[in-house]
Ligand binder design. Structure first.
Ligand SMILES: [Zn+2]
Length: 154
């Protein structure tokens, strides 16, 4: 029988295929290693590539789950949607020029009826969360109630 050589898959050195199963591997186009050292190296390299791929996948999953903007599809479906359209005048001028939040989770702002802020001398609007619902500042003052000043709009 003639001698058959083939290059090692890892080190690319040609070596003699002495065993029948090695020649079968060659015919099938499969990996062939010149030594146990080359086989071990190639296998551990594949394993660490698989590990790196797994680590990358878990890292990206963690990033998604830790993202405060991320919502599970099921939760998103159960939440109600509040749609707000902005108002424009007939000539295309925006009715709202500015909006500013007043009370915040870290610093709540409550006002009695006489201390509800007037915005732009009455041209703007404070929005107040009261015991009778969310009202415009002048409505709350007229009803004689104060509340949490959510924001001002002008
Ligand atoms: Zn080799």
């Amino acid at each position: 029988m003639s001698e058959i050589t083939a290059p090692c898959t890892r080190c690319h050195q040609p070596f003699l295929l002495t065993k029948k199963w090695q020649r079968d591997q060659l015919k099938a186009g499969k990996n062939l290693y010149c030594s146990q050292t080359c086989r071990r190296e190639a296998v551990s390299k594949r394993a660490s590539a698989t590990m790196a791929r797994t680590n990358r996948r878990y890292a990206s999953q963690r990033m998604t789950l830790n993202n405060p903007m991320h919502k599970e599809p099921s939760r998103r479906k159960l939440q109600a949607t509040l749609r707000i359209d902005l108002k424009y005048s007939a000539d295309g001028e925006p009715v709202i020029h500015g909006i500013e939040r007043i009370s915040r989770p870290g610093r709540r702002v409550y006002r009695n009826k006489q201390d509800i802020p007037r915005v732009l001398g009455g041209l703007g609007l404070a929005i107040v969360s009261t015991s009778k619902g969310v009202l415009a500042g002048h409505e709350a003052a007229k009803s004689g109630i104060g509340g949490e000043v959510l924001c001002q709009v002008w």
